[in-house]
Design a protein around this ligand. Structure first.
Ligand SMILES: *Cc1c(COP(=O)(O)O)cnc(C)c1O
Length: 400
């Protein structure tokens, strides 16, 4: 189907932060499979884990116990607020489980009318019908029938409406990304998160974090909300970097929040499959390592300094630099898609984002030299852009 707007680049192979095209060109990859290849391409630890599991066992379904699944669940719950985990194959499926968990919680507690999920403008939760309704993005909803009942929209900067929505008697849960990814790398602060946490507690409403993109080391902490105290969620979805590039997602929850998720309430054929779990365990151990997270924080600072300098040098091109850790957004005054193409021509791959941003989501293992290289490539691209813009303006003046 023609649902993707693909860059004209036939990918051949990758190693670390480098991606190679079939025509032999190489690129510095600051897309990282959209914040997924946290350990770069073909990390030896992940290759070894996948190869070993491929020889042992591929798939059995969840009719049987899968020891690797219990091992990864233990790692995730030990490292977070959560007590239990459900494994899916993608971010949007993890979100689906989160929404179902929240509604079911109220159902089994005798409040079946509490079904409303409060979401926020600019959010992205994936592409299932529930996920697009939770995010409320009109573009992603168009043509897919009437908006589904049970989803309410708020604005992140409208505190009064948010508090009122949380306090409403039919509200089941709030769903929010601690750092909005697709929406343009917008980071929430601890004050906002704590205020919502307290309001949820007061109203008996569950708090769901979507850390599909911001989680698994992306911000320099295992999960972005862990930068702040007293704002842990009841339910959290994660995916993307969880498998280091192998498709896997997880919905984590406290035992209390998952009270309705009893036998038969939910399921998946592939979710938690041994291949995904073997890679997930290897990826988790490498990413949750203090040295990896410290490195990610250092590289994030290096990027922030370099890009901050560029923003100061090119106020005609850059509005601001934002985000958290290695989830970096550069909001542009010029068309972000055209800038992405210009950067690609010079050998740097970046992602697009809402609010006319380009996003840098490099592997966490990016080296200082590669950070400097990325910033330098952006600098020469900006310089060429300005020269061209100036020449075009001068030609227009002559023609006039
Ligand atoms: C990517 C993403 C999703 C959806 O994940 P898929 O694996 O594409 O289904 C959900 N939420 C956030 C915040 C994301 O960045």
């Amino acid at each position: 189907m023609t649902v993707y707007s693909r860059a004209p680049l036939d990918v051949s192979h990758g190693i670390g932060c480098r991606l190679y095209a079939t025509d032999g060109r190489s690129y510095l990859d600051c897309v990282g499979g959209i914040a997924t290849d946290a350990l770069g391409h073909c990390h030896p630890l992940l290759v070894t884990a996948l190869e070993a599991q491929a020889r042992r066992l591929w798939h059995v379904s969840n009719i049987f116990r899968i020891p690797e699944q219990e091992a990864l669940a233990k790692r995730l719950t030990d490292a977070t607020f959560a007590d239990v985990a459900f494994f899916a194959n993608s971010g949007t499926e993890a979100i689906e489980c989160a929404i179902k968990t929240a509604r079911r919680y109220h159902y089994v507690r005798g409040a079946p009318d509490r079904i409303d999920i409060v979401g926020f403008a600019g959010s992205f939760h994936g592409r299932t019908l529930a996920a697009v309704n939770a995010s409320g993005n009109a573009t992603y909803l168009e043509g897919f029938g009437p908006p589904m009942a049970g989803f309410v929209q708020c604005h992140l900067d409208d505190g009064a409406a948010t508090m009122a929505a949380i306090a409403a008697p039919t509200t089941a849960a709030v769903i929010v990304e601690p750092v909005q990814g697709e929406g343009g790398a917008r980071a929430l602060d601890g004050v906002w998160l704590r205020r919502v946490r307290q309001a949820c507690d007061a109203a008996g409403v569950l708090l769901i974090y979507d850390e599909v993109q911001s989680g698994m080391g992306r911000t320099g902490r295992l999960f972005a909300h862990q930068w702040f105290d007293d704002c842990e969620p009841d339910i959290m979805a994660t995916a993307k970097a969880l498998g280091g590039g192998f498709p896997v997602g997880a919905c984590l929850a406290t035992s209390a929040a998952a009270i309705g998720m009893t036998v038969g309430a939910h399921g998946s054929t592939f979710g938690g499959n041994p291949l995904a779990m073997a890679v997930g365990i290897a990826a988790f151990d490498a990413i949750a390592d203090d040295a990896t997270l410290a490195h990610a924080r250092e590289m994030a600072t290096r990027f922030t300094v370099g890009l901050g300098r560029l923003a100061a040098d090119y106020p005609d091109l850059v509005v601001d630099v934002r985000g958290k850790g290695l989830l970096i957004g550069v909001k542009l005054r010029v068309n972000n898609r055209e800038m992405m193409a210009a950067l690609r021509e010079r050998g740097l791959l970046v992602a697009g984002g809402g609010d006319n941003c380009i996003r840098l989501l490099p592997p966490l293992i990016i080296t200082p030299e590669e950070v400097d290289e990325a910033v330098a490539l952006i600098a020469v691209t900006f310089a060429a852009w300005r020269t061209r813009a100036t020449a075009t303006a001068a030609a227009a003046a002559v023609a006039a």
